[in-house]
Each structure stands twice: as structure tokens, then as C-alpha cells.
Design a protein around this ligand. Structure first.
Ligand code: SF4
Length: 216
């Protein structure tokens, strides 16, 4: 089986396993997802969703958030950790949206990358989830599972994993595939204790094969 064939089979099985996948960050508008994804660094999506409710109550628009003092934003987002830098980035990002994009999020990967606090992972998430464009979101689950399954070969750097996956994942499948890797990473292929015995990918997976080999 080639790595492309393996990728297609993994996509097929994960679709069966997690038919209704979606981003677990709540949002109604693109700018809200932009803020949420910045808050999500080293924080759980569940906590981000709670903090976002408080933030949106106080600052319901790009304009109100852009006009807010970063120290006031920090008071609200502090429970997500790294409050100072997250508040600073959110403030700067909202100002750019207000001043350069009429309060809207640009539908352009490179323009997204230039926004304060927005890296490739966030830009991919916005392109895929908001604009329905091809996207590969290389978060911690994506990187761990891609390596274990054997879709990439011992690559840990997010941009390199993204590049390698783009070669083998059909563009229209990328966004949901990455969401399903998160689903599977949380449910079965956890960081410390992957439950290979109940995994739908066990017969395809390099990590599981190595485990079986080490027991024979
Ligand atoms: S077989 Fe094990 S290591 Fe491979 S994807 Fe499943 S749980 Fe993860």
C-alpha cells in the first residue's frame, strides 16, 4: 500500500467513525474564530468557549474589541493563560481588521498570515472552516497521529507536516480530515495511552504494527 492509498483509506475510515465532525471552537463570525484560535494556544477549546462568551458580552464586535484597552481584554482572557500576549495580539489584530479590512476577515491565506498573532495553523483553520477552501490544520493531534499512522515519517515541525500532508490528502478532504484527527486523537489515539486494540486504523498504522512486532 502506498502512502497515498493509506491516506485515502484513513480518510474513509475516519469518516465512518466521526461522520459529523466540526471545529470544537464556537463562533458565529470569522473574526470570532480568529480570536478563539489565538486564545486556544495552550488552552482547551472548552475553556476558550466559556471565556469567549464573557469577551463577546463585553466586546460584541470587531470595532468594540479594537477600541478596547489591551489591559482590559487581558482581564477577561486571563483564564486561558498567556493573557498578556494573547490580549496584545487580539487587540492588534482587531485594529488591523478595522483599519484595513472594514472589520472583515480577509479571504486570503497570505493576508491572514500577516495579521498579528496568526500563524499557519490559524490561517488554515480560517480558510478551511470559514471560507471552505483547502486547508491542513497541523495542531498537536494532527502531528501526533500523522506520525503514528505513518502518513509522515518522523516529521514534527508543523509547516513540514502540512507540506507532506498536502501531497497525499485530496484538497477537498483536508479540512474535515484534520478535524477528524482531533476527534480520533481525543477519543482513541491519545498522547500518552493510545488504545490501539479498539482503533479502526490498527491494521494500517505503523505505530500499532511496531507494537505488535515488539511483542512477537
Ligand atoms: S492504531 Fe494506535 S497509534 Fe495507530 S492510530 Fe490507532 S490508536 Fe493511534
Amino acid at each position: 500500500m502506498t502512502v497515498q492509498e493509506k491516506a485515502l483509506e484513513v480518510i474513509r475510515r475516519l469518516k465512518e467513525e466521526y461522520p459529523a465532525t466540526h471545529c470544537t471552537l464556537d463562533y458565529k463570525d470569522a473574526w470570532q474564530l480568529l480570536v478563539s484560535v489565538r486564545l486556544a494556544a495552550q488552552c482547551t477549546d472548552r475553556r476558550v468557549n466559556i471565556v469567549m462568551q464573557d469577551l463577546l458580552e463585553k466586546y460584541p464586535s470587531v470595532e468594540t474589541l479594537a477600541a478596547a484597552d489591551p489591559s482590559d481584554i487581558e482581564k477577561v482572557v486571563r483564564p486561558c493563560g498567556l493573557g498578556h500576549s494573547k490580549a496584545r495580539d487580539i487587540s492588534a489584530c482587531m485594529k488591523v481588521l478595522r483599519d484595513q479590512y472594514g472589520g472583515r476577515v480577509p479571504e486570503d491565506f497570505n493576508a491572514l498570515l500577516k495579521l498579528p498573532g496568526v500563524g499557519r495553523k490559524s490561517a488554515n483553520l480560517i480558510m478551511g472552516d470559514v471560507f471552505g477552501k483547502p486547508a491542513i490544520v497541523t495542531d498537536t493531534h494532527c502531528i501526533r497521529l500523522s506520525n503514528r499512522i505513518g502518513l509522515v515519517d518522523n516529521i514534527k515541525e508543523p509547516a513540514k507536516v502540512e507540506r507532506a500532508l498536502r501531497k497525499i490528502i485530496p484538497p477537498e478532504e483536508g479540512n474535515d480530515f484534520c478535524h477528524r484527527l482531533v476527534d480520533h486523537g481525543r477519543a482513541v489515539c491519545t498522547a500518552r495511552n493510545p488504545e490501539c486494540q479498539k482503533c479502526c486504523l490498527a491494521d494500517l498504522c505503523t505505530y500499532a504494527e511496531d507494537r505488535r512486532g515488539s511483542k512477537t
